[in-house]
Each structure stands twice: as C-alpha cells, then as structure tokens.
Write a protein that binds this ligand. Sequence first.
Ligand SMILES: Cc1cc2nc3c(=O)[nH]c(=O)nc-3n(C[C@H](O)[C@H](O)[C@H](O)COP(=O)(O)O)c2cc1C
Length: 197
Amino acid sequence: MPSDATSFDPDELDPGAFYRLLTASIVPRPIAWVSTRAADGVLNLAPYSFFTVASTAPPIVQFTSVGHKDSWRNILETGEFVVNIGTESLIEQMNRTSEHVEHGVDEFALAGLTPERSATVAPPRVAEAPVSIECTKHLILDVGNCAVILGAVRHVAVARSILADDGLPDFARLAPPSRLGRSEWGLTPATVEHERP
Ligand SMILES: Cc1cc2nc3c(=O)[nH]c(=O)nc-3n(C[C@H](O)[C@H](O)[C@H](O)COP(=O)(O)O)c2cc1C
C-alpha cells in the first residue's frame, strides 16, 4: 500500500515552521514548572515542556531553554532550581507565568501563587503544586539555539492527598496538564495497564 505521508525537510522549511511541526508531533509533553531565585533575590517561575528524566541513578532531570531565558540565567548564576509539577486546576496560573516580564517582577506574585520554603535549595516551591523536585545544577549543555539544563535531584516533596496506596503519585489525583502543539494543553488522558513482558 503506498504511504500517504507528506514530507518535511528542515533544510526547506523555516525554523519557526519546523518548530511548530515538532511541537505538534511530539505530544503530549509533561511540563516542568521551574522556580528559580535570581542572584538579587527576585523569584522567577516559568513552564518548560521540553522536559524529562535524564538519569535514574543518580537521579537527574532535564529541561530545555529555547534561547537564553531568565530561568537559565538564574540557574547559571545560583546553581539551584525547583521543578514543580502542576495540576489541571492550575493551568491558568501556569500559563500566566509563561509571560515575558521584566527582570525584577516576582512571577509568584504575578500569578497569585504561594512560595513555600524548599528543604534543600534557596528557590521556593510552588505551595499549590502537588509535586516539587528540588535540584542543583549538574550540567548545562549548549545544543543548537538551546540550553539543555540538567539538574541533580536533591529532594522531592509530594502532597499526601495525591498518593495511591502503594505510596506513589496517583495519575488521576495528580492530573498534570501537558503541552501539545499550537496553544493547546492536554488534560488527563485515559490510562490502560500492561505488565512489561
Ligand atoms: C506550557 C508551556 C510550555 C513551554 N515550554 C517551553 C520550553 O520547553 N522551552 C522554552 O524555552 N520555553 C517554553 N515555554 C515558554 C516559556 O515559558 C516562556 O518563554 C517564559 O517567559 C520563560 O520564562 P523565564 O524567562 O522567566 O525563564 C513554554 C510555555 C508554555 C505556556
């Protein structure tokens, strides 16, 4: 049967169009809601969907800054950040913190969120977020027009209310929104269970 595929070639498409193709194809993406504290103490918060686990032992997570943004600069200067995992009822606040604002604007205050003291790092957690992963800078890699930021996990705080009987976060209770293409957000999808062969 002939394929019905349309071809896209990065040498022929402009970078913005190719970015939109990739972000509408690689879906859904989990969202790291990254809190940092600038060297002068100003709090910063922003969502990043180019986010995953980089290593399990030691535990390392990674996210990608497309270009060099405030979160990247704060981590470069202070070596610390927190990856918060939001829940569906926080989508508006998460989106609010993606606004490009002047340095000096506290993005917790901007979005009406509560900074909560972290256990191991100076940047605060988002108190409203059910999971917070405290990190110290492991490595920052320049890749193309991006900076891939890897953080060694120092501490994880999970709201008791979202834990299942096995002590792990329950997906339906965590209900993390995801990023899709365009301006779309994904809501909690249905799940099926398959034991690994
Ligand atoms: C759901 C969502 C996901 C995003 N993911 C990324 C991402 O992976 N990388 C990135 O550079 N920007 C991403 N952005 C845009 C940043 O959040 C935005 O540029 C923000 O202003 C960066 O803040 P900062 O300069 O305080 O770090 C995303 C925005 C939204 C709404």
